[in-house]
Design a protein. Structure first.
Length: 154
């Protein structure tokens, strides 16, 4: 039984969301990451002001968020089909990390179900094995692979 609860993200969470977003950027973009917390906090505040729907945190009591999930529901402009995009999914380095990730993913899929969306996508950095395993555990399958060449590293 867990003592973590998933709830909608609120303005008071913005700094913590910025920390998660900075970490996601470091994992995904390494040296090119925009990991300035003030920049990330402004970005999250703007997104939250536009629409906080689909922004969730996992917390234990009054502690700072232990995990963060941001989902948007979009429409494919070519087919008109609606789909959900797991824009961000991050969990703090804590002993209950797997449990928190599972709680967030379940809450996200419940949110998607409430919107009648049947297709869900989530991008994961190829080297982020724990996140790839978590997605796979919930039935996600790899669909695309982005190839990158950094010509500065020659």
């Amino acid at each position: 039984m867990t003592d973590f609860q998933v709830r909608p993200a609120v303005e008071a969470d913005l700094r913590r969301l910025a920390e998660f977003e900075a970490e996601i950027a470091r994992i995904s973009f390494q040296d090119d990451a925009i990991d300035d917390l003030d920049v990330q906090e402004r970005r999250m505040a703007k997104a939250m002001a536009k629409s906080a729907e689909g922004m969730f945190v996992a917390c234990r009591g009054a502690e700072p968020a232990a995990g963060w999930l941001w989902i948007t529901v979009n429409t494919n402009p070519m087919s008109g089909q609606r789909y959900a995009n797991f824009r961000s999914l991050a969990v703090a380095e804590i002993p209950e990390r797997t449990e928190v990730g599972e709680l967030l993913l379940r809450a996200g899929l419940d949110h998607v179900d409430e919107h009648g969306v049947t297709e869900v996508v989530g991008k994961v950095f190829a080297g982020n094995l724990p996140m790839r395993v978590l997605y796979r555990q919930f039935g996600f399958e790899a669909a695309h692979l982005t190839m990158k060449l950094d010509r500065r590293k020659r």
